[in-house]
Design a protein around this ligand. Structure first.
Ligand code: ARG
Length: 425
């Protein structure tokens, strides 16, 4: 034990808490095995009081009363449940939509977007309930520790942090044994699928267990949100998404508040097998990992948004913005929510999105999401100019050869110089 103790409690960063410094802990509590064991463990190991905080970001099928009851039963002074869905949608998911945010080309960042909000609420509730330390259930191998801790110490440099899972050297089996020993209810036990899950209204991820075998396709039991495409309806379904200045505002002509719109889009997409992503990912801590994502809402909304943005943007905006989009996603993935560059990028995204008003229809069919129709008052598209046959006066086909001669000048010159025959050949 002495050995474990030392490993567990020695600190490497200034914001980590030594046992003597911990008086009252704000624990980010999900109700799952890790954080339930932690609730008890902190009271025992640190002789500290624990206040629990549970944040609702729209993870489906959670019973927050049950979670609260469990926290209190395990000795929490109190358990605050915060419904942060609206703030999450408006201040976190919406900027991601405006930035067409996909990390590594496939991950719409739902976890990465949720962490800074969870951490912000943790700081708020820690102060309000006079806690000196924040505890979370992230491991030492993942991105989420980076996101939560860098946010906490940005917002409150005096706040201490403990992450017991990083140090306690308990595997799942030991945790279950600890739980049994301390009267912590363990649900499901061996029947629960062996995956590490995280979800909110913008998507769901599964990691670990059989998913780690990257040479094998994912098992069917991974998919708990999205219908597997082979079992999706045989008839396609069209969904019309309306945007106002980059903000999704309606589905099939019905005006909806953002949370409800995202939830409904998610439900329609899930039925049609939309938004399954099998993703090999570069974590910020250096490891590669495989995630199975189920992101039906993002699959629909991002596809529609991108289509509309292209329609109203110039060739220069359309070739430049994706580079900034990619960097936006990288910064958010990397947990730097308060990095000034992200604010600068948001200003750019907002500026471009001023024009993103209109409607896009996407067709859902057995896992695919495809734009099939679009309409915008700001479209830079004019069928009279682009169509076949004789065009009107505005676009002169006779002028094209002059353009081509000048446009290609440098490239032709360079090509000929690089390929000229040398004298003695
Ligand atoms: N790989 C994703 C990320 O770093 C998702 C992580 C979610 N955690 C989980 N246990 N499934 O944001």
């Amino acid at each position: 034990m002495a050995d474990t103790q030392r490993r567990t409690l020695s600190k490497t960063a200034s914001y980590e808490a030594e046992p003597g410094e911990v008086g009252r802990v704000l624990l980010l509590y999900s109700g799952g095995l890790d954080t339930s064991v932690m609730l008890k463990w902190i009271q025992d190991e640190y002789e500290a009081e624990v206040v629990a905080l549970t944040v609702n970001l729209g993870q489906p099928d959670e019973d927050y009363e049950v979670i609260r009851g469990k926290a209190l039963q395990l000795g929490a002074l109190d358990c605050h449940v915060v419904d942060a869905r609206e703030e999450f949608a408006r201040d976190y998911v919406l900027p991601a939509i405006k930035a067409n945010a996909l990390y590594g080309g496939g991950y719409p960042l739902f976890t990465a977007l949720g962490r800074p909000l969870i951490a912000k609420l943790a700081v708020e509730y820690a102060r309000r309930t006079e806690c000196d330390t924040i505890a979370h259930g992230c491991t030492g191998k993942g991105n989420d520790q980076v996101r939560i801790e860098s946010t906490v110490i940005a917002l409150d440099p005096a706040m201490k942090i403990i992450a017991p899972v990083r140090g306690w050297q308990m595997g799942r089996e030991e945790e279950i044994a600890y739980a049994r020993e301390h009267g912590i209810p363990v649900k499901g036990g061996t029947e629960t699928p062996p995956y590490s899950i995280d979800d909110n209204l913008w998507g769901r991820s599964s990691e670990g267990g059989p998913i780690e075998d990257i040479a094998e396709p994912p098992r069917d039991d991974v998919f708990q949100l999205v219908t597997r495409p082979e079992e999706a309806p045989d008839e396609p379904e069209d969904v019309k998404v309306g945007f106002e200045r980059g903000v999704p505002v309606s589905l099939n002509g019905e005006s909806l508040a953002l949370v409800e719109l995202l939830e409904r889009a998610g439900a329609i997409g899930a039925r049609h097998g939309a938004g399954i992503v099998d993703h090999i990912e570069d974590r910020i801590v250096g490891l590669k990992v495989r995630d199975i994502y189920e992101v039906p809402a993002a699959a629909i909304i991002l596809s529609a948004h991108k289509e509309l943005e292209k329609l109203v943007g110039t060739i220069h905006q359309n070739t430049f913005k994706p580079r900034l989009d990619e960097h936006w996603a990288y910064l958010v993935y990397a947990g730097l929510w308060y990095e000034p560059l992200l604010g600068d990028l948001n200003a750019f995204m907002d500026a471009v999105n001023e024009q993103v008003t209109g409607e896009v229809t996407v067709r859902l069919f057995k896992g695919s999401v495809r734009p099939v129709a679009r309409r915008s008052p700001n479209a830079l598209y004019d069928p009279a100019l682009a169509g076949f046959g004789e065009s009107g006066g505005l676009f002169s086909q006779q002028a094209s050869p002059g353009f081509i001669e000048i446009w290609s000048l440098q490239s032709r010159m360079a090509y000929n110089i690089r390929n000229r025959e040398t004298e003695d050949e």
